[in-house]
Write a protein that binds this ligand. Sequence first.
Ligand code: HEC
Ligand code: HEC
Length: 340
Amino acid sequence: MSRFSELLLSAVLLCGSPGAAEAAGHFPNLGRAATPDEVKAWDIDVRPDFKGLPPGSGTVAHGADVWEAKCASCHGTFGESNEVFTPLVGGTTKEDIETGRVGAYIRGDAPQRTTLMKVATVSTLWDYINRAMPWNAPKSLTHDEVYAVLAYILNLGDIVPADFTLSDKNIADVQKRLPNRNGMTTKHGLWDIKGKPDTKNVACMKNCTSHVTLASSLPEYARDAHGDLAEQNRKVGAVRGQHTGGDGDAVATVNPGVALMKSQGCSGCHGIGNGIVGPAFRDVAKRYKNDKDAESRLVGHVKNGSGGNWGDIAMPAQTQVSDADVTALIRWILSGSPEN
Ligand code: HEC
Ligand code: HEC
């Protein structure tokens, strides 16, 4: 068991069911010892040296099937992702695979960071997929499916060939081809905090900069990549988002339905003319064109959640939206979602 699992487990034991030895001494009559199976269910982390990695294997071809069925709806057929989620694949080259450093980082010309650009340890990918994906059904994959789907992702990045079988036996060889394997830094004071952490700067005493540019300011190419951030932030209180979607006057001529779909969180899963996780709103209007009862039925579907009408993924109940807004949204959708 790794240190992390041990810590987690002792935290759980302290809260809920103390281990027998300590419990008997410190907390008599409280809880019981965790069973070996309970410990096993918690203890799933995989370390960079592959300690904790369960045996198994999967081919790229099988991975493509798993991917198409369980991942592509959110991450795109080729890992390019839909407009909401960041791409998993792209931005790495043959040369990066040889050197273990992603050239786009060194040159600073990457428009966006993909998973294959970022990740320095293949064990992290295996672990993350195994514990967290698919997003809507985490821990539902078998170990062999995790190997297979990871092989597929690695093949999309040309890290392994199309006829490859990834397994616990050869995953260490794959690590030696990971594009960013030499890109991880430990020189930031957070890794090893003997001595001082990240406080190496010396206060400026003369000719100091009068204007500080934040390292995290929004670069020009990223503006409007995900619509107007200022509008999307309104739900969480004070408006902190920058206007990234053009000037203020243009925003004023937008149809209220468009603003409502964004402010009520529909646009994470629906586009007006394009499907994302859910169908395009214009396709919804087409399907129910001659259906007189559609309005009241769809209001119910949005409020209570619904599934099975468009695909495998269900829509969660949209309880955050008021009745009046749901009705307004459905009327706008059924009228063909005019944008202005
Ligand atoms: C319903 C949408 C959805 C589905 C289906 C889905 N994912 Fe994800 N995936 C996400 C979201 C959202 C994130 C980001 C989660 C976060 O940051 O907490 C993510 C993140 C990831 C990441 C890490 C990305 C990064 O760079 O941090 C990987 C790898 C991944 N998913 C693989 C998969 C695989 C493999 C499957 C299929 C077995 C899958 N996903 C299915 C929504 C989905
Ligand atoms: C987390 C993703 C998600 C969000 C957020 C979401 N939807 Fe959906 N929506 C879906 C999915 C998936 C379906 C398809 C369900 C199905 O197959 O029946 C769907 C279906 C629909 C349908 C068609 C229902 C039917 O029975 O034909 C309408 C209308 C709709 N959504 C409106 C909205 C509105 C309005 C909002 C915002 C208040 C919203 N959705 C938010 C995922 C979402």
